[in-house]
Design a protein around this ligand. Structure first.
Ligand code: ADP
Length: 616
């Protein structure tokens, strides 16, 4: 049997008994009180809690509707069932409108039980919902008050309607002195929100706004946000304004920046590139002075790929240390060499993750220009392989012919032929070594230190004499302008330059011909020398490249000419270090002319007794 506290408004004791019997039959153990007047009903309602009210519709001096109104006073939702001897449709509607849960005709009590059942269940659900609402309200209030951030709820006139404990603590005022006032009045002591406060922006935008700013009234840094709350028609009914004290974070950011500024003055003194990027957004956060001298001063806040552009491999480390590839390994360091296509230079880079001012992980990179070192290393490698290859050929020939000479009793003619080959190969070896060593020396120290005025005629004659004996097929001719001024050179170096040019002129004229060595005054106090041959010539597209180290023209039968591709490189390097220029004119199959222009020594003209000042 289920307990049921039922209040019965009924003038007939018998009808009440009938009702009770029906309830017991339905499995209820009713605890009841019967009332038949308004006073008695009021008294009973106040005396205790009831599960249900069952009321007769008609009673002498007191109606069922009166009873219903009394129960519903003060929002009481107690289930109410109206009972009546007879009830028309209109009355039933009136009863339901007045707030009764159901109505039942006397004598049809069988319908009453399910109605009671349903009403009790609904009442329990309502009670539970009320309870949940109360708990939620307490939970919300507790959370609201427990938060360290300042919560201010504002009405649409921007007046405070509610604040949490954190706000009360900062303002040092009781809630009563705060509610109804404007937050800017309390927090900033102003009669409008300051321009930095997101509320100012919110006036116009009506959407979420946030900002960080210094509050001068309390001397604290605030991070503030504003969010509107809308009703179902889209009208703003409330504004949620949350403020957070971020003074500590700001102070440590300032300390970090001050420290970084100090360090960056050191970075600015260095001739290396130092830069910091955010690997997630690829924003360039810092670039030192040396870096700006290369990549420009307009870098702040820009994408690193715009400022330091380039395909892989490039200076920008985004492809090297991606944010995910090293995850939390903030100590990870990456060392790599990279060529930047913008500067066309090689950099040795050390990249490391560090914590930036706001705590995010960023990449700092120090990049040292190692182009010269790379060039030297590359040159060393090329030299080693070229020299070892080129030396092997003459050495093999020399040792092969020496073996032949030693083994057999050779006829004198053949012996001479072999010795000539050995001599030719030794000369070739000698040429190779001289060029190789000269290039090395040029790298190590400038021959300009040994410059002195050199008279050209004796020098050119000496060179011509050297080669005359070597080839019967070639004529070596000299074409010199009279009164040529002396030139300021290191004599040994110029000798080697001319040797190389004449050597080539002969080598690349296999059918023989004239080789002309000439000189004349050039513009701007220079002297132009040339070496002209009638040899195989060169196609125009190679003329730019033949002065590069190890470059050899690869068309036709040229491969049959021995050489290491060092001769013209030495010519160019030497002429360059003397402040001069070198160029070539050539026609394939007709011959080539190499020109050298060198500064003259204008006040010295060579005479029979040596140098004398030029005649006016
Ligand atoms: P190599 O040891 O190959 O002679 P060089 O540096 O002296 O090296 O010359 C580079 C290339 O330039 C040669 O391989 C050759 O093809 C071309 N060259 C140099 N001088 C002449 C010339 N007088 N006539 C035609 N081609 C020449």
């Amino acid at each position: 049997m289920r307990k049921l506290c039922v209040l019965i408004a009924e003038d007939s004791e018998d009808d009440a008994m009938l009702l009770l019997r029906e309830l017991r039959k339905g499995g209820y153990d009713p605890e009841y009180e019967r009332v038949d007047s308004a006073d008695a009903l009021a008294h009973a309602l106040a005396a205790r809690e009831w599960d249900l009210v069952i009321s007769d519709y008609v009673m002498p001096g007191f109606s069922g509707l009166d009873a219903l109104r009394m129960v519903r006073e003060n929002g009481n939702k107690l289930p109410f069932i109206m009972v009546s001897g007879k009830m028309g449709e209109e009355t039933a509607v009136e009863v339901m409108r007045a707030g009764a849960q159901d109505y039942v005709l006397k004598g049809r009590f069988a319908r009453m039980l399910p109605a009671i059942e349903r009403e009790l269940r609904d009442a329990e659900e309502r009670r539970q919902a009320e309870e949940d609402k109360k708990i939620a309200a307490v939970q919300w209030q507790t959370t609201f008050d427990a938060a360290h951030d300042l919560f201010l709820l504002l009405d649409k006139e921007y007046r405070i309607t509610r604040v949490n404990q954190a706000a009360l603590r900062l303002l040092g005022l009781p809630a009563g002195a705060i509610i109804g006032r404007h937050c800017y009045d309390l927090i900033h002591g102003t009669d409008a929100p300051p321009p930095e406060c997101p509320l100012t922006k919110f006036y116009n935008t009506r959407v979420h706004e946030e900002a960080e700013f210094l509050n001068t009234k309390f001397n604290i840094w605030l991070s503030a946000s504003v969010d509107p709350v809308f009703d179902e028609n889209g009208n703003i009914v409330q504004i949620v304004h949350i403020l957070r004290d971020i003074t500590e974070r700001k102070r440590s950011e300032e300390a970090f920046l001050a420290q970084f500024r100090q360090i960056s003055t050191i970075f600015d003194e260095l001739s290396v590139i130092v830069y910091v990027i955010d690997p997630v957004t690829s924003e360039l956060l810092y670039l030192n002075k040396f870096g700006t001298s290369i990549f420009g001063t307009d870098w702040q806040g820009r994408d690193v790929k715009e400022v330091i552009p380039g395909d892989h491999p490039h200076l920008c480390p985004l492809t090297v240390m991606s944010p995910d590839s090293h995850g939390a390994e903030s100590n990870a360091q990456h060392i790599f060499d990279s060529k930047n296509p913008l500067t066309n230079r090689w950099y040795h880079c050390v990249e490391k993750k560090i914590s930036w001012v706001d705590g995010r992980l960023v990449h700092v990179t120090v990049a040292v220009d190692i182009t010269d070192l790379k060039d030297m290393m590359q040159m060393k490698d090329e030299l080693l392989s070229a020299v070892s290859h080129e030396m092997r050929t003459p050495l093999t020939a020399i040792s092969g012919y020496i073996d032949l000479i030693l083994e057999d009793n050779l006829e004198e003619e053949i012996l001479r032929e072999y010795l000539a080959i050995i001599q030719k190969e030794s000369l070739r070896l000698n040429e190779l070594l001289i060029n190789f060593l000269s290039l090395q020396q040029l790298k190590a120290k400038s021959p300009i230190d040994n410059c002195k005025p050199v008279a050209l005629r004796p020098l050119l004659e000496e060179v011509a004499k050297l080669f005359m004996a070597q080839s019967a097929k070639h004529r070596i001719l000299i074409d010199l302008m009279e009164d040529l001024p002396a030139i300021l050179v290191d004599e040994g170096s110029l000798h080697r330059v001319l040797n190389n040019l004449v050597f080539n002129a002969i080598k690349y004229s296999p059918e023989g011909g004239d080789v002309l060595i000439g000189a004349q005054r050039g513009a701007n106090e220079t002297v132009t020398l040339w070496v002209k041959d009638e040899g195989i010539g060169m196609p125009p597209e190679v003329l730019e490249k033949i002065f590069d180290r190890f470059y050899q023209v690869e068309s036709g039968d040229r491969r049959t000419f021995s050489g290491a591709g060092l001769g013209l490189a030495l010519v160019r390097e030497t002429v360059k270090t003397h402040g001069g220029e070198v160029w070539v004119e050539s026609v394939l199959g007709k011959g080539s002319t190499f020109f050298i222009s060198l500064p003259s020594a204008p006040f010295l003209t060579p005479g029979p007794e040596g140098f004398a000042p030029p005649s006016a």
